[in-house]
Design a protein. Structure first.
Length: 603
């Protein structure tokens, strides 16, 4: 603490006598950090983690090594140091591919419809969204990403409509109406919490019961200098620069605030998690299949994944193999792009030379999209271990510079800076399963059940009869209760990787993710991760859907044509309750034609 707040004591003397309120505000901030991070030692533990991570990635030119060595005296080894004996290997994670097996996608979606009464929704909305540059036109104040206007609505409303669509499909198939409980994680960044609360109230809770929403606020943490880990004090002895502490705080926050208990009280055994910046995740069967497969087979944690471009600022989904006493452990997890070097992961292209729709080389490893299925007992299991397990995937990203006014000299300063962040997807790191023998050969071939793409339980039919009709869904109306997580006999261990409690499911990229994270540079032809790029992909999906409905439509435009011609070839927007599964929409839209420039909106 003395190191982190170095200089603040002297600066306090220069503050006006009426600064007690500011001091109390800073003390409240530090108290919240001390409490939330108690599992790793409070403020001191937070600072130690910061310095360890700076040490792990720093260079003599970038980091004050003597200071970090002094702080690390007697501390446990960093992950990179601990794995210096190459005890960990990363493999391509096996999993069913919905793009290649439509029969499986449909079957899993049917399971998802049946399991809806036992699955909740969790929406992490706390990100600052700095790269979007959203500004309130009336007040000039910055806005959070959840307020981004997209296809006529703010991003949050799109996510709520996707929930309503799945509820409506369950009602049409099973005849019972269920209201999905929705937990939302907010933050103090850009007035995020108050703005989200006000938006939900102004929208009359989107026609849902007020009791179906729970909002929790993630803690803000100090921004630190990349050179020595000192906290940035901006202009005043009491004005710490703060940022949200990353979405990995989600799990501990849900437990601390009683949200897990709230979900369990409503018979919810698992949750679907998605981020507000990704409006595409609800496309077709993506979310239903993910939840259906996870619930049907008693999985603890699942990733919806897709191809990833080489060099993209995205994490990779990997199969982690670790040597352990008595054998090995295996699990599907994530490695953030900022951690590739630390773990010796090469961002190489596929051997077959595959390229994506933009012509970029496709990475050997698939993308982490943060579209997740998570069983609540698994969350409680990991959190019960306390320590770093309760704050998964701690990282520090020092690739961006921060500007501030030095509180001592009054000078403007700019340095590389970051804050300790946790990643919610790395909860999976604590859910590995044991094996007594290696399940991945030297050639990378994995031990699998040959039926992985269409797994079956006892009682499953040999085929889905008439998959386009509602009767087919009713045939899959097995008990919706999610089974308990199945433990693996430690003496026998895993025999096949499809027995893992963690899993990954693949699909086409534009049916899983097309995020709107940053404003488009007017001088750039790159639309990736921009609202324009996301809307372009939304309309590419729309064109594909209408074609499947037998409608004649103009060829969909790629990103380059979208820019060149000022938008999509045609526009089709609809309430997701029309489906949301495309197979259901095909029963309602049959034939017809749209010409270039046409627009169709179905509400």
């Amino acid at each position: 603490q003395e190191h982190a707040c170095h200089g603040i004591a002297n600066l306090v003397k220069t503050e006006p006598a009426n600064s007690a309120e500011k001091l109390n505000q800073m003390a409240d901030t530090l108290r919240r950090i001390e409490t939330f991070y108690s599992a790793i030692g409070g403020l001191l533990g937070y600072q130690l983690q910061v310095l360890e991570l700076i040490w792990a990635q720093g260079t003599p030119e970038h980091v004050s090594q003597d200071l970090v060595k002094e702080t690390r005296a007697g501390a446990p080894p960093t992950p990179a140091e601990a794995d210096s004996g190459n005890q960990t290997k990363f493999h391509l994670p096996p999993g069913p591919d919905m793009a290649q097996n439509e029969a499986f996608a449909l079957r899993a979606a049917q399971w998802g419809v049946a399991a809806l009464p036992c699955v909740g929704e969790v929406l992490p909305l706390g990100g600052a969204g700095d790269r979007l540059g959203l500004i309130d036109e009336r007040t000039g104040e910055p806005l959070p990403a959840a307020m981004l206007p997209y296809a006529g609505r703010c991003m949050l409303e799109h996510l709520i409509r996707d929930v309503q669509a799945r509820e409506y499909l369950h009602y049409k198939v099973h005849g019972t109406q269920h209201v999905t409980p929705i937990a939302i994680m907010t933050s103090d960044a850009k007035g995020n919490h108050s703005r989200i609360s006000r938006l939900i109230e102004d929208k009359a809770f989107f026609g849902r019961p007020k009791s179906s929403f729970r909002l929790v606020k993630q803690p803000s943490v100090p921004l630190v200098c990349g050179t020595d880990g000192r906290w940035i004090v901006d202009g005043s002895a009491f004005q710490l620069q703060l940022k949200p502490g990353g979405h990995g705080a989600l799990w501990k926050l849900l437990q601390d605030e009683g949200v897990l208990t709230w979900l369990e009280a409503q018979n919810r055994h698992a949750v679907v998690v998605r981020q507000v910046s990704n409006p595409i995740a609800g496309t077709d069967t993506t979310l239903l299949s993910l939840a259906g497969y996870g619930a049907r087979h008693g999985k603890s944690f699942g990733f919806a994944s897709c191809p990833r471009a080489v060099g993209a600022n995205e994490g990779m989904n990997v199969l982690v193999e670790k040597k352990a006493p008595g054998g090995y452990t295996y699990g599907v997890s994530n490695v953030e792009y900022t951690e590739f070097d630390k773990y010796g992961l090469e961002d190489d292209s596929r051997d077959d030379g595959s390229v994506d729709e933009s012509g970029r080389a496709v990475s050997k490893f698939p993308a982490n999209t943060n579209v997740l299925y998570v069983a609540i007992p698994a969350v409680r299991d990991v959190l019960s271990r306390e320590g770093v397990a309760s704050l998964p995937g701690m990282i520090i990203n020092l690739n961006k510079k921060a500007k501030w006014t030095d509180a001592a000299s009054g000078e403007e300063r700019e340095e590389f800076a970051g804050r300790l962040e946790c990643t919610m997807q790395n909860l999976a790191d604590g859910l590995c399963d044991p094996a007594t023998k290696p399940l991945v050969g030297d050639d990378g071939v994995v031990a699998l059940d040959v039926r992985l793409d269409l797994p079956r339980n006892e009682g499953d039919g040999d085929a889905v009869e008439d998959p386009g009709a509602e009767n087919a869904y009713k045939k899959e109306a097995a008990a919706a209760a999610a089974p308990a997580i199945k433990s693996i006999d430690p003496k026998e261990g895993l025999r096949r990787l499809d027995q893992l409690s963690t899993f990954v499911m693949y699909n086409e990229r534009r049916k899983v993710t097309s995020s709107a994270k940053k404003a488009r540079d007017p001088n750039s032809t790159r639309l990736a991760q921009t609202p324009d790029g996301s809307f372009c992909d939304l309309q590419r999906n729309a064109a594909e859907l209408l074609t499947k409905c037998g409608m004649k439509v103009p060829p969909a435009r790629d990103h380059e044509e979208y820019l060149e011609k000022g938008g999509p070839a045609m526009t089709f927007l609809f309430h997701p309750s029309l489906g949301p599964m495309w197979d259901v929409i095909r029963q309602k839209i049959r034939g017809g034609a749209m010409t270039t420039g046409a627009e169709l909106v179905l509400e």
